[in-house]
Design a protein around this ligand. Structure first.
Ligand SMILES: Cc1cc2nc3c(=O)[nH]c(=O)nc-3n(C[C@H](O)[C@H](O)[C@H](O)COP(=O)(O)OP(=O)(O)OC[C@H]3O[C@@H](n4cnc5c(N)ncnc54)[C@H](O)[C@@H]3O)c2cc1C
Length: 400
């Protein structure tokens, strides 16, 4: 059996349509949203109309019912033009909608998925706390049982879409004595719940058009209908969700890297550098070739990982037991893709800036924004140090 990866004709058409939409509707606006540090509400509405906010949601819940490959294509194309837009969509669809599809009850799916799929409601995911970023198991937000309900107390930070979100997947410790596996529960928090409030908005180096928000829980009562999955299963839900989040983050970085390569090639074909034709210089050619090699490898890595992710999520959704080997392969593959491709994007953009010189570093230029944005991909959804830790521990059979 030959080993081959290629996109179907439908997927190629999907990419062409997405690209045309993004180039016409999104691209002309992105520099301004970045400058104003403002959520691109109008663009989000346009993206909703295209069905992007419900792309992977089953059709019976109002989504497009497309696969992780189309989701990857969409995030790759968004990543090429504006990582903030990819981040907004990824937090909504990958980190909020996906765990509801995977772990929600039929009642939860019927209630939450249709408004989320249409984009009328926006989703978010709140795991990180002041003392629980890399050490995500060290949650201090508590969930105290009160009859069938739970009462949440604590503070989450750096929650993407947190100010705009209608529904947020929130993780809290229900029993610290049990440790993370058994002692953390996931909840679907609704924005109007008493005791929930939105705190400060972070000012960031990059991804300035996506909002990053503090969330405060003061005796916030969560009815049992809003518990996601089993009590105590929250950490497993977070890890499975992040397995998908990381590879889709990687595919956004792939888009950014490819774009930097394309901009460099265009620049070299069109411009004579100071002191002669730059494209004839071997040092420049080798930089380009290095980036082209890394982009080529990244593409296979990301899409192969997305195929595995699709299988992995199908098994979780069917409530069958996920084979240990598949879970480990997906976790390691996602960690490898996230760390490798985010660093490829940073190298590609740095190289493009080196080639363009003054044009590349000018504030407001596409490459300057890309440089600020791409670095953040090395940090969020688990820093690249943490990805390396996951990869090595899995290789050595040390467990997490
Ligand atoms: C733009 C943006 C959006 C975000 N969106 C969300 C969101 O929607 N939801 C959410 O829950 N979180 C979100 N986050 C938070 C993000 O996931 C965390 O920033 C990330 O997990 C790192 O945590 P930290 O920043 O607290 O770093 P720290 O944990 O404080 O780490 C600091 C440094 O120490 C290193 N380090 C820590 N522990 C180890 C170790 N054991 N071994 C080796 N090195 C280590 C790290 O690699 C890093 O270099 C977002 C962050 C950003 C920047």
């Amino acid at each position: 059996m030959p080993f081959e990866f290629s996109f179907t004709d439908e997927q190629e058409k999907f990419r062409r349509d997405v690209r045309e939409f993004i180039h016409n509707e999104i691209m002309p606006t992105v520099a301004n949203y970045d400058k104003l540090e403002e959520l691109p509400i109008e663009n989000m509405e346009k993206m909703s109309k295209q069905g992007y906010f419900g792309l992977t949601v089953p059709e019976k819940f109002g989504g497009k019912g497309l696969s992780k490959i189309e989701y990857g294509i969409l995030l790759e194309e968004l990543g090429a033009i504006c990582a903030s837009h990819g981040t907004i969509l990824g937090a909504h669809l990958g980190l909020c909608v996906t765990p509801i599809i995977l772990f929600g009850t039929e009642e939860q799916k019927n209630k939450f998925l249709p408004p989320l799929a249409s984009g009328k409601s926006i989703g978010a995911f709140a795991l990180t706390e002041p003392g629980a970023g890399s050490d995500a198991a060290n949650l201090q937000t508590t969930a105290t049982a009160d009859g069938d309900d739970f009462i949440l107390n604590g503070t989450k930070i750096f929650c993407t879409n947190g100010d705009k979100a209608d529904y947020i997947i929130v993780f809290a410790a229900n029993d610290k004595s049990l440790g993370p596996m058994g002692g953390i529960t996931a909840f679907i928090v609704e924005k109007n719940m008493t005791g929930f409030s939105v705190g400060k908005k972070e000012k960031k180096l990059g991804l300035r058009a996506s909002s990053t928000i503090e969330l405060i829980f003061e005796n916030c009562r969560i009815p049992k209908e809003n518990i996601l999955g089993d009590i105590g299963a929250g950490f497993m839900i977070a890890l499975s969700t992040l397995d998908g989040g990381r590879v889709t983050l990687a595919v956004g970085s792939l888009g950014a890297a490819q774009r930097a390569l394309d901009l460099s090639v265009d620049y070299l074909r069109q411009n004579q550098g100071e002191g002669g034709n730059l494209s004839n210089r071997q040092s420049i050619q080798w930089k380009l070739a290095d980036i082209a090699m890394e982009v080529y490898a990244s593409k296979f890595m990301c899409y192969n990982n997305l195929v595995e992710l699709e299988k992995y999520y199908e098994i979780i959704e069917s409530k069958e037991k996920v084979p240990r080997q598949l879970r480990d392969r997906v976790s390691r593959g996602s960690a490898i893709s996230k760390a490798y491709v985010s660093e490829v994007a940073s190298r590609a953009i740095t190289t493009a800036i080196e080639i363009q010189g003054l044009t590349g570093i000018t504030a407001g230029s596409e490459l300057e924004r890309g440089f600020r944005d791409s670095f953040i991909a090395e940090i969020y959804e688990g820093t690249n140090d943490i990805q390396r830790m996951i990869i090595a521990k899995e290789l050595l059979g040390l467990g997490l």
